[in-house]
Design a protein around this ligand. Structure first.
Ligand SMILES: [Zn+2]
Ligand SMILES: [Zn+2]
Length: 487
């Protein structure tokens, strides 16, 4: 099937943007609508050769050397947005949106580090200002958000100083020529975008968890992310790299590996990056562990939003909501901004304190192996609130632990155990006992721990000065007797 309205692509138009424009002229549901028309998946449509798609849509190929047709293809005849430094996401100038009913999206707006409309000299928007949902070609409309907000109603903002600072630190030529659609961005631009992306993920502990978009290796960077990293860019690239190295260090991976590039490619493309990485690697092998920085960009604004909090802690929306409900973030102001849009204002001071706390937490698995308890047993203790877990996701078991109280509990339990010789009596480990108590009656888990600590229930260890709870056992006989008395 062919659409009725079949405009030719404009010279500098974005390829996904063009598909979106054709869709709206034909009252179709965005890029998805065109994909449905051709019976393919939207992703496939975006990576297919524009020449082929145009033919399928019955659109005559433009007579001029059009940007669409100049799109560099991979050997398999496809287009890779990410490899060209482009993204499934885009930005919109609210002024341009107001002036043109059928907005033509310049290819440049999809690029990693474009933040300014060159017609209106205002900041491009990358997300709905009412609900925070990112602008993406995957959505049915770029202008009308699903929350009901229209970007045409948005007041244009001057480009922020932080963004200006980062861009100038990246030393872009001031009047960059508008590139042809899908023309690869400069190596420097792609590399910088990609470093910022990695940096943010590393810093927020999101490296393996987050995919910015479904396309692998997305090069998109949002304005708020740039603002958050701006203090790192005072001296590009050395200061930035030092920070990157620090963040990498915290995650115990080699920076080279972390950045996903082989050393030889790195050396070829960015020799100064390579030198810094090598220097850092050697410093890490021989030196002390650097202190982890956090809350670096937060001190200025007295209020922090939910999104920033999530970015800094790597937590989900639900986790952040739980923190607010539990009062861990102090007094939080809630503003109803527009239909469906809620804005949370958290006092930066208490938020930073909390973020630092989250950064110091460990996973349940790590904690369990550190104190020598089975993971299931430690989870039982968390559920029974013997140790306090910090929720980090929607699921009840998705929590993290502050190490100090857990170590303290482990220490108390260890010191309660008496030195005893191996006997013929049947014994069970403390882990097994905790799991059985929970199975039997969850409400007595806390009482069980208290009984062990007060030595009402004797635990034994056969090693003097045990360091792990694995070495602590109790007699089945005693345990069963205690359980019977409780119920
Ligand atoms: Zn504009
Ligand atoms: Zn919205």
């Amino acid at each position: 099937m062919k659409p009725l309205a079949r405009p030719a692509p404009a010279l500098h138009e974005s390829w996904p943007g063009y598909l979106d424009r054709v869709a709206h002229l034909n009252h179709l549901n965005g890029v998805q609508g065109i994909a449905d028309l051709l019976g393919v998946l939207p992703y496939r449509l975006l990576v297919s050769s524009p020449r082929i798609v145009l033919t399928q849509l019955g659109i005559s190929l433009p007579s001029i050397e059009s940007a669409v047709l100049d799109t560099p293809l991979q050997p398999d005849g496809r287009v890779y947005l990410a490899r060209a430094g482009r993204s499934i996401r885009t930005r919109i100038c609210p002024e341009c949106a107001r002036e043109n009913k059928n907005l033509m999206i310049p290819a440049e707006w999809d690029a990693a580090l474009t933040f300014k409309c060159h017609v209106h000299h205002v900041q491009l928007l990358d997300a709905c200002t009412a609900c925070g949902r990112a602008l993406s070609y995957e959505h049915s409309s770029l202008i009308f958000c699903s929350c009901g907000h229209s970007l045409r109603m948005e007041r244009a903002r001057k480009i922020s100083n932080e963004i200006e600072a980062v861009l100038s630190a990246l030393s872009f030529p001031p009047e960059r020529k508008l590139r042809l659609m899908f023309a690869p961005s400069t190596d420097h631009e792609v590399m910088a975008a990609w470093l910022i992306r990695r940096l943010l993920m590393i810093d927020a502990g999101l490296f393996h968890k987050r995919r910015a978009a479904r396309m692998k290796g997305d090069a998109f960077v949002t304005a708020s992310e740039i603002q958050a990293v701006s203090p790192w860019f005072i001296e590009w690239p050395n200061a930035f790299l030092a920070k990157l190295a620090e963040a990498n260090y915290a995650h115990k991976l080699s920076p080279t590996k972390m950045m996903g590039l082989g050393p030889s490619r790195l050396e070829k493309n960015l020799p100064e990056v390579s030198a810094a990485v090598i220097e850092f690697d050697s410093r890490r092998r021989h030196g002390k562990r650097p202190a982890k920085s956090s809350g670096f960009a937060l001190a200025r604004n007295p209020w922090m939003g939910l999104k920033q909090l999530m970015l800094q802690t790597g937590a989900s929306y639900h986790a952040a909501q739980t923190w607010i409900r539990s009062g861990w973030l102090g007094d939080v102001r809630v503003q109803q901004e527009s239909p469906g849009g809620t804005r949370y204002l958290i006092e930066t001071e208490s938020a930073v304190r909390f973020i630092k706390m989250v950064h110091r937490t460990s996973s349940v698995r790590t904690m369990a192996s550190d104190i020598g308890l089975e993971v299931t047993a430690l989870r039982c203790l968390i559920r029974a609130r013997v140790v306090q877990g910090i929720p980090c996701g929607l699921a009840q078991w998705n929590v993290r632990l502050a190490p100090a109280p857990v170590f303290k509990l482990a220490q108390t339990l260890l010191s309660a155990a008496v030195l005893g010789k191996p006997s013929n009596a049947e014994v069970i480990s403390l882990s097994t006992a905790i799991c059985r108590v929970r199975k039997h009656d969850p409400s007595v888990t806390a009482a069980f721990v208290a009984a062990v600590i007060s030595r009402e229930l004797r635990t034994r260890t056969f090693i003097p000065n045990p360091v792990s709870l694995e070495e602590v056992t109790l007699r089945v006989q005693d345990f069963v007797k205690w359980l019977r008395r409780r119920s």
